[in-house]
Design a protein around this ligand. Structure first.
Ligand code: GCU
Length: 599
């Protein structure tokens, strides 16, 4: 009897959590939202005593209850409202010296009032939380999200009250062997509510998600779909693009789904002409607006074709490190600064490493005309045999694609970076590539693959992963981890595949202002010289169709302690974290100018 009761209560619990956890709501910005950003009360909880009791069992009266002593004898050992605050959005590491190296749990609490009119629904939306977030409203569990770089949301219609709501989030950024990423990375494990948190109000039946892009292989046909969520699923839906005189009507089926497909005469999006259209999706009970660009991207042999014409991706890699102040970048200002520097370099392409960056960055790239490579953190030695790890990676891939599928700037989805060859790895990555193609057939799939020497002067690209990718990506550090810069002069590159190659990383560390001769490591002259030798090698690769040197700006890494030089910064930036351009910046800028003029 006791066992049966337990199973029933568990089912009720799971179903209630499942009911609140729903798929990502598309384009939150185009809806009625209330920001919850600002100062949140926080409790630093390294022993997770707000979650577990002393027997390490989940505690039903954990900090998510936000309890207050009822009288002078009542024993409550925490108080959010007397605790320190942290700013959201923001990582906790750069907000307090105590938390600089901290990896563990921090509890966040935000109180708010909300008058929800009847017939309306309410959701809480998180841009991201690194790494595992357990979310509660008014003491009730909404659900959990794992993955530090993708958005998630929960429905709170049933739980919200007019006055005195308290939203509590347990954020834990502890690294785990089975996680994605796994234990070892070369970037700072910034923890916290790193991107905006907002309340999103909708009508009872609302436009949950939509995909509106050019049909693969065409430049004059739009195809996609619209999906409603709610009780009234059969509705007439209009797609309007006023500027292109488009006004098409469709009807959703019993599941609230309508496929859309129609001819369109459009001004195509490109770096030179980042044309965005005001697109309106109007259902009977809801409507959203979005700014969408239309472009086609495909390969033909070793060519990459943008809008049917060959293009060379003049790129640069970028971490989501905030320029000038350090910490996780999240604001429009951060995006404008970083993408502005990339433009100054002469880039038309940015590899966003090694995880999905914030949506503000992606939309800014749409506006500025910057092509993007977006990647999930399947980085180095992931636990390939672990089904839970695969499920986690698939989920992060889904969330990345669902969020950015309407962004013209994103042309490449990358499923991995520098992952060692093995059968388990290959089947893991094959699974991800197939999953990405099932979610989005319009974009190219790539990864930073392995390569090897076949002799002292020949590099070969024959990683079996290349078989299933559209674009080959390769990282190489000839002249830094592999010999001295001049070694590149006599290197030849070969590939087993008739596919385009993007040299997705190359570079060297240099401390801005540190000078010496070209053979002295850590100097600007060494880095400058390395770039010269790299460029002379890259020019000779017949199937090279893009480059993204490592990296635009110095970024924090716990793997880089060298005092007086690195001080926990990876110094491979062409620009320092204070925005100072190193000599190598101008070498790369010069080459990109030549490539642009040659076109
Ligand atoms: C690797 C890796 C990067 C890293 C870089 C480096 O190739 O992909 O994440 O930061 O090399 O060593 O600087």
């Amino acid at each position: 009897m006791k066992k049966l009761l337990l199973i029933v209560s568990l089912c009720v619990f799971v179903s209630s959590v499942a009911a609140q956890q729903i798929d990502l709501i598309q384009n939150v910005d185009g809806r009625k939202t209330i920001s919850l950003d600002g100062q949140w009360q926080t409790i630093i909880d390294p022993y997770e005593s707000g979650f577990y009791d002393y027997r390490y069992q989940p505690n039903a009266n954990g900090y998510f209850k936000n309890a207050k002593p009822r009288d002078k004898s009542d024993l409550i050992e925490y108080d959010f409202d007397k605790s320190a605050t942290l700013k959201v959005p923001g990582d906790w590491n750069t907000q307090s010296d105590q938390l600089f190296f901290y990896e563990g749990t921090v509890w966040y609490k935000k109180s708010f009032d909300y008058e929800l009119r009847s017939g309306r629904r309410l959701f809480v939306h998180f841009g991201a939380a690194n790494y595992v977030a357990d979310v509660y409203l008014n003491g009730e569990k909404l659900g959990q999200h794992e993955g530090g770089f993708t958005p998630f949301n929960f429905e709170i219609t049933r739980l919200v009250r007019e006055r005195g709501n308290f939203l509590v989030v347990k954020v834990d950024n502890k690294r785990r062997r089975d996680a994605v990423p796994t234990l070892m990375t070369d970037w700072w494990n910034y923890g916290g509510l790193t991107r905006p948190v907002s309340l999103v109000e909708t009508s009872n039946t609302f436009i949950h998600d939509y995909s509106i892009q050019l049909q693969k292989g065409t430049r004059d046909r739009i195809s996609g779909w619209v999906r409603l969520n709610g009780a009234q699923l059969r509705q007439r839906v209009m797609i309007r693009v006023p500027e292109a005189r488009i006004s098409r009507s469709f009807t959703t089926d019993a599941n609230g789904f309508a496929a859309i497909d129609f001819n369109a005469d459009l001004d195509l999006w490109s770096p030179e002409n980042p044309k965005l259209y005001d697109v309106r999706v109007e259902a009977e009970t809801d409507q959203v607006r979005d700014q969408i660009g239309f472009r086609s991207i495909e390969t033909r042999g070793t060519e990459i074709l943008l809008n049917g014409r060959p293009i060379f991706l003049r790129g640069i890699c970028m971490h989501e490190e905030a320029p000038l102040r350090g910490g996780r970048a999240y604001s429009r200002e951060d995006a404008v600064t970083l993408l502005g520097w990339a433009k100054e370099l002469g880039a038309n392409f940015v590899r966003l490493a090694h995880y999905p960056h914030n949506e503000v960055m992606i939309r800014e790239a749409d506006r500025m005309g910057m092509l993007l490579w977006s990647e999930i953190p399947v980085y180095w030695t992931i636990q390939w045999e672990n089904p839970a790890t695969l499920e986690n990676a698939r989920k992060q891939l889904s969330e990345m694609i669902v969020r950015d599928k309407n962004r013209a700037a994103v042309v490449i989805w990358s499923v991995a970076n520098e992952t060692p060859l093995s059968d388990a790895r290959l089947s893991f990555l094959k699974n991800l590539v197939a999953h990405a193609r099932s979610l989005d057939s319009t974009r190219l799939i790539s990864a930073a693959m392995e390569r090897h020497y076949v002799n002292s002067t020949t590099q070969m690209i024959d990683d079996p992963l290349g078989e299933i990718l559209d674009v080959l990506g390769c990282n190489e550090y000839v002249g830094w981890y592999d010999g001295l810069p001049r070694k590149a002069d006599r290197l030849e590159w070969k590939s087993k595949y008739d596919k385009p190659l993007i040299m997705s990383e190359f570079g060297a560390d240099a401390l801005y202002g540190h000078h010496g001769d070209a053979l002295t490591r850590w100097t600007e002259e060494y880095q400058e010289d390395l770039y010269r030798h790299q460029i002379s090698m890259l020019r000779k690769i017949p199937f090279l169709r893009g480059t993204s040197p490592w990296i635009l700006m110095d970024f924090r890494s716990p793997r880089r302690p060298l005092p007086g030089i690195q001080d926990y910064w990876n110094r491979k930036g062409l620009i320092s974290n204070r925005g100072e351009k190193k000599k190598a910046f101008y070498v790369m800028q010069q080459w990109y100018r030549e490539l642009r003029e040659r076109k």
